[in-house]
Design a binder for this molecule. Structure first.
Ligand code: SF4
Length: 194
């Protein structure tokens, strides 16, 4: 069937694309208004476009409106779980609406390859927008292929981001890295003794 596959980035596209196009005519949709800042959005998009061109798969880039993302998610006013649930709903809603209007038979997302996403919230958000726009959601679970996606994307020298996408996830990731670095330093000092 004609499938519109939402993709968050190039590395996450690799494995789902291979699996899905065995049975479907896949078009990729880059719909990620969550990504901050613009430079990062462009870098992830261009990495994805280069890989898709090499794979000869068509890509549509849908609206990038970070202000809409802030309105839809409540940004810092929401706890992370709720913010992510709304973020999935917004991005997949953009994809589902486009898929319905452009004559696709279903939509899916590469987000199910990441073990770092809330899998149940993601599936739930996808089903909600599928019902809203009257287009089937193709449920997938590619998490077992994540290590292979990491291996292949490294081998290809693809850009691999180190935070999920939004400003808050960037701040959290930077804080966690600083904490890990400080803990390592402290452990080295303890090992060295007085
Ligand atoms: S952490 Fe990721 S999924 Fe959650 S709101 Fe931010 S960009 Fe969206």
């Amino acid at each position: 069937m004609r499938l519109l596959l939402h993709a968050c980035c190039g590395p996450c596209l690799i494995e789902p694309l291979d699996k899905l196009r065995e049975a479907h005519a896949v078009t990729v949709a880059y719909a990620n208004p969550n990504i901050h800042p613009l430079d990062e959005y462009v870098r992830r998009r261009d990495t994805l476009l280069a890989y898709a061109a090499w794979q000869e798969v068509p890509v549509v880039e849908l609206a990038y409106d970070p202000a809409e993302w802030v309105r839809a998610t409540g940004h810092a006013a929401q706890l992370k779980a709720e913010r992510c649930r709304r973020c999935f709903g917004l991005r997949l809603g953009i994809v589902a609406a486009y898929a319905a209007g452009a004559g696709f038979e279903a939509f899916a997302t590469t987000l199910t390859v990441s073990p770092y996403q809330d899998f149940d919230a993601l599936q739930e958000a996808a089903e909600v927008v599928a019902a809203r726009y009257g287009i089937p959601y193709l449920r997938t679970d590619f998490r077992e292929f994540y290590p292979e996606a990491v291996r292949r994307s490294r081998e290809l020298g693809m850009y691999r981001q180190n935070y999920c996408g939004c400003l808050l996830s960037q701040v959290d990731a930077e804080r966690e890295r600083a904490q890990r670095k400080a803990a390592k330093k402290q452990a080295a000092v303890s090992r060295a003794g007085p």
